[in-house]
Design a binder for this molecule. Structure first.
Ligand SMILES: [Zn+2]
Length: 211
């Protein structure tokens, strides 16, 4: 099957509008390496694009995307820990000053979890195990946000649990304790484009002002 035409055309537009005009900037990125402002842990959902939401240039964001923007708890088993390896690289080697867990509305992974659809291990071998990370969210107090429906409550719980799991990575929590690293929870609403962040209580989302 041929390479998708919409993508090759998109690439040509990208190359014409960015690579050619900003050649110096790209060469600088190549020679100086990356020094991103933040590590963003987002969902794979095609509707949630961190670089677009934050209007970020190449080099600005180190992005991990996985099903339901989850951070697994720290563990030392000899498995293939893709998300944990990327977190380790961003925090310990690139020394990012910020980590943002970016949840979103209408998350299919969260909806499947709520409806127990993820437990069909025959169909969802990897997803089933991955989404079980959320089981520990039961121990979190319910969000203080008024009017949140069950889907939004679970999306918020997933963000909070991932932040808690981030803190279980000892080198990361040490950098946070030294004041070298800030952890943030955020949520993006697909229908309205509203970005909200967890407030200082860590239990309620507040919309980011447009000013
Ligand atoms: Zn999602």
């Amino acid at each position: 099957m041929a390479f998708p035409r919409s993508l090759s055309e998109g690439y040509r537009r990208y190359r014409r509008d960015h690579c050619v005009e900003d050649r110096g900037r790209f060469e600088q990125l190549a020679s100086l390496g990356q020094a991103p402002t933040a590590l963003v842990i987002a969902c794979c959902d095609a509707r949630v694009q961190p670089q677009t939401i934050f209007d970020a240039e190449p080099g600005a964001l180190f992005v991990i995307r996985n099903v339901a923007n989850l951070v697994p708890p720290f563990e030392e088993s000899g498995r293939y820990h893709g998300t944990s390896a990327a977190i380790e690289y961003a925090v310990l080697h690139l020394k990012v000053p910020h980590v943002i867990v970016l949840g979103h509305s209408h998350c299919g992974g969260i909806a499947a979890y709520r409806e127990n659809r993820h437990k069909d291990a025959a169909e969802n071998g990897f997803i089933s195990e991955w989404m079980s990370i959320l089981d520990a969210a039961e121990e979190l107090p319910e969000t203080a946000e008024a009017g949140a429906d069950d889907q939004r409550k679970m999306e918020i719980a997933g963000i909070r649990l991932s932040l808690a799991n981030l803190r279980s990575f000892r080198p990361l929590s040490e950098r946070a304790a030294e004041g070298c690293l800030s952890l943030h929870g955020a949520h993006y609403d697909i229908a309205t484009g509203t970005l909200s962040v967890l407030d200082e209580t860590g239990n309620r989302l507040v919309a980011v002002g447009e000013a």
